[in-house]
Design a protein around this ligand. Sequence first.
Ligand code: ADP
Ligand code: ZN
Length: 753
Amino acid sequence: MSEARLVEVAVAIPRQQLFTYAVPESLGDRVRRGSRVLVPFARRKEVAVVVRDSSGVPDGVNVLPILGLVDDEPVFDEPLLDFLEEAARYYFHPLGEVLRAASPSIPTDAVRRLRRAGSVQKGERVRGPRLPSREELYVARTSAEPKRKLGTKQAALLAALDGEPRPFAELAKSLGVSRSTLEGLEEQGLVRTEVRHRPLDPFFRETVARDVPPELTVEQEAAVAAIRRALDGAPEAFLLRGVTGSGKTEVYLRAMEDALSRGRGALLLVPEISLTPQLVSRYRARFGDDLAVLHSGLDKAQRDAAWRGLRRGELRVAIGARSALFSPVADLGVIIVDEEHDPSFKQEEGFRYHARDMALLRAHRAGAVCILGSATPSLESMYGVERGRLHLLRLTERATGAALPHVEVVDLKTHLKGPTGHPLVSFPLASALRECLARGEQAILFLNRRGYAPALRCEACGTPAECPSCSVALTEHKAENLLRCHHCDYFTRPQRACAACGAGELVSLSLGTERLEEHLAEAFAPARIGRLDRDVADEKGIERVLDQFRRREIDVLVGTQMVTKGHDVPNVTLVGVILADQSLAFPDFRAAERTFQLLSQVAGRAGRGDRPGKVVIQTYRPDDFVVQCASRHDDDAFYARELAEREELPNPPFAHLAVVRMDSASEREVEGRAAALASLLSTHPLVRDGRVDVLGPAPALLKKVRNRYRMRITLRARERAPLRKVLAALLPKLDELPATTRASLDVDPVSVL
Ligand code: ADP
Ligand code: ZN
């Protein structure tokens, strides 16, 4: 046994350590870096990933042999595994858990067999499932002309066809024709049919015709040329800063084409893919259907098929939300992060990573070009340009030549009650909406609160109706007739009387999207009002509502942040922001940035077609700098001032942060442990030196969630290196905490919750 080859493997457990195993003769050199293997581990059998060869183990340590190989080939290639190791180090997260988060699922047949037999026999193959698809009959017209008179059904079918093949099932339904009608035409040589395999994936449900690439604008041309130079020369990272509607997508498409034509792969990350089914169509129109579209709606088999296709280089393009960052695109040429400012790129559970930051790292390591794109870049990226780490590409005009919308700011203090009787639908907004509807155009109204009425408060004693397990107010949901907690699963029937004093009546203070929808339906009948928020929107719901809106079956779309995302509906000429103050008041140093981004993004939905757009922003703070900048489209002023403020405090991007979150079922316990940890931290030399600040401990903004009390300790430093030293010293202390206190580390935190 002493001569056997030894390897170190990562097991998916919450510990930093790697474990050493011996490679049995029968597996030989098939066990490689990146291979998944089954190992005996603490009386269980665990799937682990081989990370490196081991130089040996201390005497007396009993090294056990690997039981078997899980897959034919390593699941991670060298560059991807290098990158994942670096990401794990950066976030101080156990490598085994990072690799699990990045892995395809384990083929069940392989595991069952491995567990039964204890090992895989030499030469045995583990096969992956095929991409599930459906056979569909397509029909197209030939150039032949009818030689005899056709029946009415046959004539109808023929009239509906041209040279482009169409799915017969759809025609059969809409025309009421049968298979024999089709066969009749086929016998006469008037139509031809073919069987196509279509993946059972919602993003591929509709067929998409190939597009004709537009002629680039001068600014697009310059951007594409700069990216191409980087692809052929020294790879670089870019910030593509382009106003809404400036044609950033066209630049992405060309960059991807350039990568593909050089035999390299492309990876595109987008914020929330289910919100933008339209987006995928644009890539299919250019590249065809050989794309891996990674989204939460895929089942295990589909996900694995996509993984394998990418790993083998059969699929060269991957598109997906943040976790697509880990997809094994072979020989990466370009990584694109669309809407790079979007907070959804931050993973907020388990392995907490920022997909934008990691995209830059992965591209750098792979020698690929990285493109971060946005109309409203993050402060981090703006600073990256200043520091010369990102090369700035600008698109200052809309590609279609349309002007940016005119923005009117409405002071809610001077517009007490609007004409509809609701204080939050002001005169200017109501009349703009009337005019828009009268012209047969469409509107989007943005309100960042779902539900009917977010806050219920007792009229007599002022006590809010709170969740018993979380320190947040309950939200009324009228259609369900429930009060719901938006942080846990708690719900209850609405009480009319106050639980605290028993006397007062609970009244709604403000409004949510559900109530706004109801109010508009009454006030603007017969206009058709639609709603988009997490209550109506599972994946199918989103698609349905957006489809209806695009087909003009909905006149006014009311919704939360979901309506601010990249929707491109040319008939939308009015955008209303019901209350700009909501996100401004949030206790987060990023509140101004977020508000500016939200306002600019939602405004960017207006006037994208050939008619001018108008935006109405309602607020109690019309003079606020953020509102003013957004209304004048003055991004430069906003960024200049915001950067100056961040520098002064300092806050990111001028400082680096890390947060230790702790929670426990006992408030006393978590407070005590947090205080002890903070005082221990304060004795660290780098903290005493003032190179690292310890802020807190303080209760989290949501002090209690699901009956667990939460504390935070924030560490802040101007330089990253000393911060990392303190974190490295802190880590073992977190492992020593008793199981009753849970703790986690968040490097470069985004959420203040
Ligand atoms: P962004 O992503 O910057 O908001 P889009 O890529 O959605 O902008 O482009 C906005 C619109 O402009 C789309 O309808 C797109 O088809 C169109 N477009 C993009 N580039 C061109 C171009 N070079 N010529 C004409 N139309 C273009
Ligand atoms: Zn709750």
